[in-house]
Design a protein around this ligand. Structure first.
Ligand SMILES: Cc1ncc(C[n+]2csc(CCOP(=O)(O)OP(=O)(O)O)c2C)c(N)n1
Ligand code: SF4
Ligand SMILES: [Mg+2]
Length: 293
């Protein structure tokens, strides 16, 4: 196993300061992503952060690494392409609940069942923040929002349960009020070979007046403090994923070692695609470039 040389937080300091509302949970996530990258010692040149659209999806602009601010709901698809083109890169997806669990849910499920080696950090604030507070797929039932003035009639998606049944091999939940704990979970996800979901309670202090920091602080507890909890037991993880109310679990729900898509797909036997010979001569290559660019 290669020796890890940890890197300081400043390694990832971006040139642009975040423009999130003061107190937004996404500040804690940005810090935790930088801490996690430093813990696993990934240099900015080997790190790609991919997002969709939303307040949370602005994160790649605030960190020193390669970044793609893609289309709404397409972050997982873009990240899949990047990872498959160059399996040597560390690819981290960052986005919101609307982006990932709404418009992007198809990509999310298929990436998990393929067990692509990606780390997905979802800043789950249970609303559409950027578009000023409409209900999202994780908004609690009966909550009043701009788009549900008489109360939300839909059941929220359970991202942890969905990830478990879709084949994700690392499933965790964190809270912006605990950035050190979150950084450990994200670092674990980056080091894990396979699809890692870290769903993060990242309060929107402007548009979600229900799921606030105090609301979570009163309820959250850590699975690692439960003496009998084992993250290798998928049934136990599923049971815990439904715990919601007075007590809400944080931490590593589930981890399993399974072959990744990249390990299983014969096209990768000769190494990352970017290093494969194209199999076309220089003249043909140039004519293709001229035709396409
Ligand atoms: C195809 C498309 N549909 C809708 C939108 C409008 N839109 C932008 S961000 C967003 C929701 C963002 O919510 P979330 O992903 O939870 O991010 P947050 O702002 O809460 O961090 C929507 C609906 C869009 N940009 N593109
Ligand atoms: S609107 Fe909400 S999610 Fe967006 S920056 Fe402000 S607090 Fe954060
Ligand atoms: Mg949101």
């Amino acid at each position: 196993m290669a020796t890890i040389v940890e890197l300081p937080l400043e390694t990832y300091a971006g040139p642009v300061e975040p423009d999130w509302c003061p107190g937004c949970g996404d500040f804690g996530v940005l810090k935790a992503v930088k801490m996690a990258a430093g813990k696993v010692g990934v240099a900015p040149k080997d790190l790609v952060i991919v997002s969709g659209i939303g307040c949370s999806s602005n994160l790649p602009g605030f960190i020193h690494a390669y970044g793609v601010h893609s289309l709404h709901g397409r972050a997982v698809a873009v990240a899949s392409g990047i990872k498959l083109a160059n399996t040597d890169l560390t690819v981290v997806i960052t986005g919101g609940d609307g982006d990932g669990y709404g418009i992007g849910i198809g990509h999310f499920i298929h990436a998990m069942r393929r067990n692509l080696d990606l780390t997905y950090v979802v800043m789950n604030n249970q609303v559409y923040g950027l578009t000023t507070g409409q209900a999202s797929p994780t908004t609690m039932k009966e909550m009043r929002t701009k788009s549900t003035p008489r109360g939300n009639v839909e059941l929220p998606i359970n991202p942890i349960a969905l990830a478990l049944v879709s084949g994700a091999t690392y499933v965790a939940r964190a809270f912006s009020g605990e950035p050190n704990h979150m950084a450990e979970l994200i670092a674990g996800g980056i080091q894990h070979k396979g699809f890692a979901l870290i769903d993060v309670f990242s309060p929107c202090v402007t548009y979600n007046k229900l799921n606030t920091y105090p609301w979570f602080k009163q309820r959250v507890y850590k699975l690692e403090d439960e003496p009998d909890y084992r993250p290798s037991d998928v049934q136990a993880a599923l049971e815990k994923s439904f715990e919601w109310g007075d007590r809400i679990p944080l931490g590593l729900f589930y981890k399993d070692e399974q072959p990744t898509y990249e390990d299983s797909e014969p096209a990768f036997r000769l190494g990352p695609l970017v290093r494969h010979k194209l199999g076309v001569d220089e003249a043909l290559f140039q004519s293709l470039v001229e035709e396409l660019v």
